[in-house]
Design a protein around this ligand. Structure first.
Ligand SMILES: C[S@@+](CC[C@H](N)C(=O)[O-])C[C@H]1O[C@@H](n2cnc3c(N)ncnc32)[C@H](O)[C@@H]1O
Length: 218
């Protein structure tokens, strides 16, 4: 068993530029062109997305193990696992019929969903890359220019991480967007939802979960 270490950062609290960066992104829509491969991947499943009554997103799904579990838990929903890594996606387990796995860039895929007027019922962000270096602030999803689109996808969002700072900053980002309903808890994973949760849990890491209803956005 390979034990992993916690993300290490020189930050001693929320990033000093967090508010400024998030506010700037909330004030404008990100206009970077959408990459062709993600647009193609979206178009291939667009019809299924539009016909789904309930959409569950597993953003950064890795091998799709969590996607398969979510699909079994929500048989009435279309569960979409999205990841940029072909190497991870090819390791997917056997998938229920209500799953689609997509190789795509999340920031582009989310904007395509928003552009098509599609909303998620449930949105899971399980162990996103922590980007612990202060210089990498804008790669964390709450400080990324796509953050307003992520919020517009709506539904019940669940973020899990072993990096408390990421979760606390995400909560602050939500506050700046006018949402004060997020709940942050530390939890232990009885039955790990995903490979990274299993790995971090076995390494003795404290795990963090943020849940928020994005419909409550003011
Ligand atoms: C730390 S892993 C977590 C995987 C899985 N959610 C789990 O809990 O086992 C982060 C995943 O996010 C994916 N990812 C990171 N940035 C991405 C992006 N911009 N677009 C799509 N996938 C991304 C990576 O390829 C990787 O599989």
């Amino acid at each position: 068993m390979h034990f992993s270490s916690l993300p290490s950062t020189s930050q001693t609290g929320l990033h000093p530029r967090l508010d400024e960066v998030v506010r700037r992104h909330l004030d404008s829509r990100w206009r970077q062109p959408i990459r062709a491969h993600t647009r193609q991947a979206f178009e291939v499943i667009r019809d299924r997305l539009e016909r789904a009554e309930r959409l569950v997103l597993d953003s950064g799904c890795g091998t799709g193990e969590s996607t398969a579990g979510l699909a079994r838990r929500h048989p009435d929903a279309l569960v979409v696992g999205i990841d940029q890594s072909a190497a991870r996606l090819v390791r997917a387990p056997e998938l229920p019929d209500n799953v689609v796995l997509v190789r795509a860039e999340l920031a582009d895929f989310w904007r395509l969903l928003v552009g098509a007027g599609l909303k998620s019922t449930l949105h899971y962000l399980l162990y996103p890359n922590p980007w612990p270096k202060p210089d990498h602030l804008k790669r964390r999803w709450h400080a990324h220019p796509v953050f307003p689109d992520l919020l517009e996808l709506g539904g019940q969002l669940e973020l899990r991480s072993n990096f408390e700072l990421y979760v606390r900053e995400f909560e602050r980002g939500l506050n700046l967007a006018g949402n004060v309903d997020a709940k942050v808890v530390s939890f232990s994973a009885g039955e790990p939802i995903s490979p990274f949760e299993r790995k971090y849990s076995a390494s003795g890491h404290r795990l963090w979960k943020l849940t928020v209803n994005l419909e409550a956005q003011t």
